[in-house]
Design a protein around this ligand. Structure first.
Ligand code: FAD
Length: 308
């Protein structure tokens, strides 16, 4: 990041030296040196175009509910702060990427629209949910996604429907610097009482099975095909294992929780220990579901216009 901001960036609302403990649900990481929070799509587009022009890498942050951050991040981080408006056309709802994910699911339920009940307990933003193809109870975002709008790394605006192969289990093709601006879901007319009952049931289930009173980032590992990562971790006797203040939740083996002062490095080491123990006990190699952010990491070589 240059010492002085390019003019096009200085017009985008920004803050400096924001602790990642305030930007992520897990509450770890160092300082976010530059946090840009565009309040309009035009500002976001101006930001991406300026980064492309200046050959500057950047990262995109949503609700920070799927991230383990290690140390400080010097490259600019962009977190959209678009007007929280939902648009309804028939059975379709369009939400800006920075809209709360749970808030969208609850709004759909209130409107008597069925299809997003699975999403009603998944935190974060709509943009993060599309990018991660978030899901639960056998349903995932691509099941309801009608269209999405995004900026290319060069800052061009594209709107498209999902195509086969673009979205898989907790993965999408949107990893190369594309910034999601909004998403449109196609839902079905439903009985508001039944939808609401399903939402309440899903949320209650989470309340009893997940350690929601401690800071966490949801499931740390993806479920291997046909297996439950949580069960594999439990059977390997790892519940309660600690590195510093990072702990494998005694309630749910696939949740790592921050007992207070854990660092990103503590979580990384705990993840490695869990992975090694599950490999030894079950012969299964667990793949991380959370993203690891660190300055200059292999996943972030700092290509111009590409978030790292
Ligand atoms: C208590 C708890 C329960 C959870 N349960 C579930 C669950 O049941 N199912 C599930 O799938 N997940 C679950 N999660 C994980 C997490 O909530 C999801 O992955 C969520 O969709 C991440 O959204 P976010 O906005 O927080 O993304 P972030 O964590 O901020 O970012 C995740 C990734 O998305 C990218 N991103 C964010 N916004 C954009 C954008 N606008 N454009 C392009 N890329 C973007 C980021 O760069 C990053 O690569 C849970 C997490 C918690 C804390």
């Amino acid at each position: 990041m240059p010492r002085s901001l390019p003019d096009a960036l200085s017009t985008v609302p920004h803050r400096t030296d924001v602790p990642f403990s305030r930007l992520t649900t897990l509450g770890v990481g160092g300082i976010c040196r530059w946090l840009f929070e565009p309040v309009s799509e035009a500002q976001a587009q101006g930001f991406v175009r300026a980064c492309a022009r200046e050959g500057m890498a950047f990262r995109i942050l949503g609700g920070g509910s799927n991230l383990v951050v290690l140390g400080d991040i010097q490259v600019p981080v962009l977190r959209l702060d678009l007007p929280r408006e939902l648009r309804r056309e028939g059975l379709e709802l369009t939400a800006p990427a920075s809209h709360g994910h749970i808030a969208l699911a609850l709004a759909a339920a209130k409107a008597g629209l069925s299809g997003l009940e699975f999403a009603s307990g998944i935190p974060g933003s709509v943009g993060g949910a599309v990018r991660m193809n978030a899901g639960a109870y056998g349903r995932e975002w691509v099941d309801v996604l009608a269209r999405y709008r995004f900026l290319t790394p060069a800052g061009d605006l594209i709107e498209k429907a999902p195509e086969p192969g673009e979205f898989e289990y907790r993965r999408s093709w949107l990893t190369g610097g594309q910034m999601i601006l909004s998403a449109t879901v196609r839902l079905a007319e439903g009985d508001p009482l039944r939808i609401q009952a399903q939402v309440s049931e899903n949320r209650e289930k989470r309340g009893t099975s997940q350690p929601l009173s401690s800071r966490n980032a949801g499931c740390i590992f993806k479920n291997p095909p046909g297996r439950s990562a949580g069960r594999l971790i439990d059977e390997a006797g790892l519940k309660g294992l600690k590195v510093g203040d990072a702990e494998v939740s005694p309630e749910h083996g696939n949740f790592l929780v921050n007992r207070g002062k854990a660092s990103g490095e503590d979580f990384l080491e705990l993840m490695e220990r869990v992975r090694a123990a599950v490999l030894e006990r079950h012969g299964v190699s667990l793949e991380a579901e959370v993203e690891i952010w660190r300055e200059g990491s292999a996943s972030g070589r700092g290509l111009p216009g590409i978030p790292c």
